[in-house]
Design a protein around this ligand. Structure first.
Ligand SMILES: [Zn+2]
Length: 290
């Protein structure tokens, strides 16, 4: 495969110029494992790493050869979370008032806003306050370029094909902790699809993915407990033929959650997701002028 990649720092971008392009874009905002030198966290790294959606970019790695574009973050989600809105600032974490508008949501109260306060329940990421300049730099160097790249791809595909379908790719711990919306100790399904209660894509898009995965024997839930956050909210405008769906996959299906190693089932899951991408490429081709 001849893949095109760009050199925006912090952002993975892959597309295959030899594959016939389809208006399908995958983004993996939480699989980054390059911990920036100025992060300066004090909690243990293995605990901080449990916030990662480790290997999710790899799970969808075949998307470019099927004509889709794959975007991902190289930076870790615990450094700055591309799937939060900019106002989701935790003032408690800062040594001075944030100069812009803030709109801390439920996730911020749980310690997992734009910049995480807690690694896991009860364990702070830092033993210090962050400066406003430090947070502003994370937004400028990592958050904004990530969003700019995804928006550029989505706009280009929409302009070319008249429609664009976006999958926001995540993974979830197999058992919830106390920072999860459903409370601690709940076993997760194999997959959770999120379209913010039917607002970020046409229902047929969610139904197509749901049907595909269920036919393969997976336990799949929709909008329960994850409905999708900032990325599907920004990009999902079904009236404009822009469709966004979040897919959460259970980490036990592909990795050892404590040791962060791939498990023996990863290749099987990857083949299944490759087949899903191929089916989605067919789905979108039927819905646009070629
Ligand atoms: Zn995620």
């Amino acid at each position: 495969m001849t893949a095109v990649s760009r050199t925006l720092p912090g952002v993975l971008y892959r597309r295959d110029p030899e594959a016939a392009e389809v208006p399908l874009v995958f983004d993996s905002p939480h699989s980054g494992t390059d911990y920036p030198r100025d992060f300066d966290f004090t909690c243990p790294l293995p605990i901080l790493r449990s916030a990662e959606d480790t290997y999710v970019d790899e799970l969808y790695g075949a998307a470019p050869e099927l004509g889709a574009t794959l975007i991902g973050a190289y930076f870790p989600r615990s450094y700055i979370d591309a799937n939060r809105e900019l106002g989701d600032i935790d003032q408690e974490l800062l040594d001075a008032p944030w100069p812009g508008p803030i709109n801390p949501g439920v996730k911020t109260k749980l310690g997992i806003g734009l910049i995480r306060r807690l690694a896991v329940p009860g364990l702070p990421v830092y033993q210090r306050k962050l400066s406003v300049a430090e947070v502003a730099a994370r937004i400028e160097r990592y958050y904004e370029p990530y969003h700019a790249e995804l928006a550029e791809v989505a706009d280009r595909l929409h302009a070319r094909f008249g429609g664009v379908w976006h999958i926001d790719c995540h993974s979830m711990k197999s058992v919830s902790n106390a920072m999860a919306s459903e409370g601690a100790g709940v076993n997760r399904a194999d997959f959770v699809l999120g379209d913010r209660d039917g607002t970020t894509c046409a229902p047929e898009f969610t139904d197509f993915v749901l049907g595909f995965l269920r036919l393969r024997g997976y336990d799949v839930r929709v909008n329960d407990p994850y409905k999708g956050v900032e990325l599907v909210r920004r990009h999902g405008r079904p009236k404009e033929n822009r469709h966004s769906l979040q897919i959460e996959v259970n980490r036990k299906l592909y990795m050892d959650e404590d040791g962060f190693e791939r498990n023996a089932n990863l290749p099987r899951l990857k083949r299944g997701l490759h087949a899903l991408v191929a089916a989605l490429a067919g789905f979108v081709k039927e819905r646009v002028a070629s």
